[in-house]
Design a protein around this ligand. Sequence first.
Ligand SMILES: Cc1cc2nc3c(=O)[nH]c(=O)nc-3n(C[C@H](O)[C@H](O)[C@H](O)COP(=O)(O)OP(=O)(O)OC[C@H]3O[C@@H](n4cnc5c(N)ncnc54)[C@H](O)[C@@H]3O)c2cc1C
Length: 338
Amino acid sequence: MADLRDYTSLRVGGPAKKFVEVGTESEIIAAIEAAGDAPILIIGGGTNILVADSGFEGTVIRIVNHSLQAEVDACSGATLTIGAGENWDEFVAITIDRGFAGLETLSGIPGTVGAAPIQNIGAYGHEVSEFITRVRTYDREKKAVKTFTNLECEFTYRSSHFKEHPGRYVILDVQFNLRQGELSSPITYSELAAKLGIAVGEKAPINVVRTNVLELRAAKGMLLNPNDRDSWSAGSFFTNPIISKEVAEKLPEGAPRWPTSDGLVKTSAAWLIENSGIHKGDTHGGARISTKHVLALTNSGSATATEIAELARSAQQSVFEKFGINLVAEVNLIGVEL
Ligand SMILES: Cc1cc2nc3c(=O)[nH]c(=O)nc-3n(C[C@H](O)[C@H](O)[C@H](O)COP(=O)(O)OP(=O)(O)OC[C@H]3O[C@@H](n4cnc5c(N)ncnc54)[C@H](O)[C@@H]3O)c2cc1C
């Protein structure tokens, strides 16, 4: 019997009733069909899930299909089609080695290519949706392959059509369009620009951007590293709240306020948590707020899923009591409620 703690970066979670690894598209579809009406949990790297200590009463399908096709055209750049089971960061490294620009600021994000569109992964001023041209899926309801254009994916901040319809679509492969070139897009994230020693809006070589992003991430425990327990996490546990202008105006002076394109305001979940009295390194049993980044809930070594969830609830409660804002989990909760 597979223990899900062995397949998740938080290293918590009980047994799966049934566990299969699938390495080809036909195996993926066959495994889904074989599960029949039993509950299914699709996983890739397990870096964005919190699984209950009681485990999963159904079939866990771990996607490990590998494929990479590249077509390069002087006008339209590189069109790359990647199997869902490929490791995201290994794919990013390949694009940079081959001189394709675009994904450099997304270096070091753990997990698989197939999970990247689900929550529209993002970091250092860019989101993966900027580079995706299509996503090919298996529609479990219609029992047929369905391809989504970028627009049809309905990407938003840390969400997509797939996240909004949990369990329906299994991503088989993802197609990206990248520019050929040695220089990055303009760097819009001030912390990264400062690290690169350039002004915001300037460009830098893509391999240099990658190295600097990896260094920044490592310093925050946001790079998977078995020896760094601050990285025994699921990344940012909560999304940055998007609130009305009226609510934003009531926040204290120092609170970050980033206007969104639809007239709302995004604020920082990390700032809210830190200013509600929670500190880096705070513990609850074996669960711990990262010692490097207040937004990451971590397993200090012996945590249970229950303890991680209790720590998350206490952060939510502190922020709600202090600021009246409800933090929403970015992490996918499997058999766990906040
Ligand atoms: C240290 C650390 C740092 C992180 N930093 C970032 C960051 O900077 N930015 C960011 O956006 N995220 C970040 N994350 C979160 C995580 O890396 C991403 O969400 C990643 O895309 C998850 O990939 P995965 O393969 O591990 O997905 P899993 O955790 O295995 O699954 C996540 C969700 O996607 C579903 N899923 C997975 N594969 C498929 C598929 N092929 N088809 C359909 N559904 C699927 C699962 O059912 C689940 O709901 C971080 C996580 C960690 C641990």
